[in-house]
Design a protein around this ligand. Structure first.
Ligand code: NAD
Ligand code: ZN
Length: 534
């Protein structure tokens, strides 16, 4: 067995490279410096990469580095200042590694940087000292997840010795990694929250300061008995158990939640913790948004769908007899805790349903996520601990995160998340909600791709590729028997997403390239509906 990799992270000017080189020599590991490697490969300086290709391109090179080196052992890796703050990079490089963050006082950083002649694009400003302080502030949560070694006033040898001692201690204690929990930061107009993704997280809910005071738990009668006892660190004053199922996502249930909150004496300083799938999360979030004009909300999603979709983005609500999700509010959570261990008991059909939304996120984001889905037998991964499942969920959440951050109130771009959903909603409605959402989305994704190909927007092979992938995930790819194309078309035409009498679709130009259009002739839609009716 190789010794674990040692990863050094931290702000520029904290000495990652010189310290790393020394530790590599003294512990017999090979040394790699991500910045240096990127510079060599690009054959230009980082400042030039920023200037010519842009920062985004540099971040992509960093992600490629993380992917490439995630499988290698026996290394000391000095990483660029932001590399390990990206949750996916952290997950890839951090497994079986000891990650240490070097810190220094802002004045020391400035003095050290003044001594070298490399250009630092992030500091090209009239007042670099305040820029350093601001960047340190911004990154404090990210760096804070790693053990810290202060380098101010210490020699390279002293810092290296301190880190080596820390590593020895971690190895002796059998601690495998410091980064197995992924932290995804989501910004919204009112601030920021973190989505935690990992295993065994439920017992830790309540230990961090996200919950301001006593809380009520909202769960359903399937999930509650399985996992509510894990929430032992939360100051729980009440538990509200709602019967499982979409038909209970109603105003009646909201009223039951209010009754329990009042009886337990929850006031404006209180909070709601939810434990369950999207149904529970949507309801609990709406109750939290409205009770006493809003109390804190911390969802613990327990389905794939709720982890990658429902619990990120702030939409909450309930159904009315007249239709789904007709009443609701935007409510940003205080934090989201996705404990992957809960997925072990999730029925296979529910797991697959959530994977339909993961495929949707793959089609929106690009080849990388889609190829990852294609390469896995995900249902097995649900049952045994496997970093790949975590990586998949993290990647899928990042897609939703990026879209909702751009468009928090669904004014425009966020509509691309409705890929496949115009068809899916029609299938759900015409089947009288007999076809579950995820299964309807699977058919909808194939339909959206087929329609895109029919209209000449995307390659002819794409619908087949998507269909193969969904079949592998045990999802349907044709319209269930008994649903007539005419009824489906009529349902689409009365969908609330129809703007000014025109059918609104999200179509594909290719994987990673989706767009919203109302320029879709009805005959083309009918043709696709006929084709997909078995
Ligand atoms: N707010 C949003 O942005 C958003 C986005 C997408 C979907 N949604 C909503 O999410 C809902 C669907 O969510 P869902 O698919 O999670 O359904 P769900 O909450 O009904 O859960 C599915 C079933 O699995 C059970 N279950 C959940 N977790 C389990 C576990 N770990 N082990 C065993 N059983 C478990 C539940 O009891 C339920 O019977 C819909 O109401 C939809 O409108 C909301
Ligand atoms: Zn959906």
């Amino acid at each position: 067995m190789f010794p674990p990799n040692i990863i050094l992270t931290g702000f520029m000017g904290t000495g990652k490279s010189s310290v790393g080189r020394l530790i590599a020599t003294s512990t017999g590991r090979a040394f790699v410096d991500s910045d240096q490697l990127i510079v060599e490969r690009a054959d230009r300086s980082i400042a030039d990469i920023f200037e010519v290709e842009g920062e985004l391109h540099f971040r992509r090179m960093e992600s490629d580095f993380a992917r490439e080196y995630s499988g290698r052992r026996g290394l000391v890796i000095a990483t660029g200042g932001r590399l390990m703050l990206d949750p996916l990079n952290a997950l890839l490089l951090g497994k079986d590694a000891i990650v240490v963050c070097l810190t220094a006082a802002p004045e020391d950083i400035l003095a050290r940087l003044a001594g070298d002649d490399e250009r630092r694009p992030l500091l090209e400003t009239p007042d670099p000292a305040s820029r350093i302080r601001r960047l340190l502030e911004e990154r404090s949560a990210g760096y804070g997840q790693y053990p810290q070694v202060d380098t101010s006033g210490k020699s390279v040898q002293e810092v290296a010795a301190e880190i080596t001692a820390l590593v020895d201690e971690a190895v002796a204690s059998g601690r495998r990694s410091t980064t197995l929990t992924s932290r995804i930061s989501v910004s919204h107009p009112g601030g920021q929250y973190t989505v935690f993704v990992g295993r065994g997280l439920l017992p830790e809910v309540g230990l961090d300061p996200e919950l301001p005071g006593p809380a009520a738990l909202v769960t359903d009668n399937t999930v509650g008995p399985l996992y509510q006892n894990c929430l032992r660190s939360v100051d729980l004053r009440a538990t509200v158990t709602i019967a499982a199922g979409e038909k209970h996502k109603s105003l009646d249930s909201i009223r039951v939640i209010y009754d329990h909150l009042l009886a337990a004496g929850i006031d404006r300083q209180g909070a709601i913790v939810s434990l369950g799938g999207g149904v529970i999360g949507d309801m609990a979030g709406f109750a939290a948004a409205s009770f006493m004009r809003g109390i804190a909300f911390l969802p613990c999603p327990t389905t794939v769908l709720a982890m990658v979709d429902a619990s990120v983005g702030g939409k909450t609500g309930v159904d009315l007899p007249q239709g789904k999700n007709l009443v609701g509010a935007f409510k940003q959570p205080a934090a989201v805790v996705a404990d992957l261990n809960t997925l072990k008991t999730l029925p296979g059909a529910e797991f697959a349903a959530g994977m339909a939304e993961v495929v949707k996120h793959g089609l929106i984001s690009g080849e990388h996520l889609l190829a990852r889905i294609e390469s896995g037998s995900w249902s097995e991964r649900r049952l045994r601990p496997d970093d790949n499942l975590q990586t998949l969920i993290v990647e899928a959440i990042l897609v939703k995160r990026d879209v909702v951050q751009d468009d928090p109130f669904e004014a425009g771009r966020r509509r691309i998340l409705n890929l496949g959903h115009t068809f899916a909603h029609a299938i759900e409605r015409v089947s009288n909600y007999g076809v579950p959402h995820g299964r309807a989305v699977a058919v909808g994704l194939v339909a959206a791709a087929a329609l895109s190909a029919e209209l000449g927007h995307c390659p002819r092979e794409l619908p087949q590729r998507i269909s193969d992938l969904l079949v592998n995930l045990t999802l349907p790819v044709t319209i269930p028997t008994g649903l007539s194309p005419d009824a489906l078309l009529a349902a689409m035409q009365s969908d609330k997403k129809m703007a000014a009498g025109k059918l609104n679709f999200v179509l594909l130009r290719n994987v990673g390239d989706v767009f919203v259009t109302d320029d879709v002739p009805a005959p083309a839609v009918e043709l696709i509906l006929d084709q997909l009716t078995a």
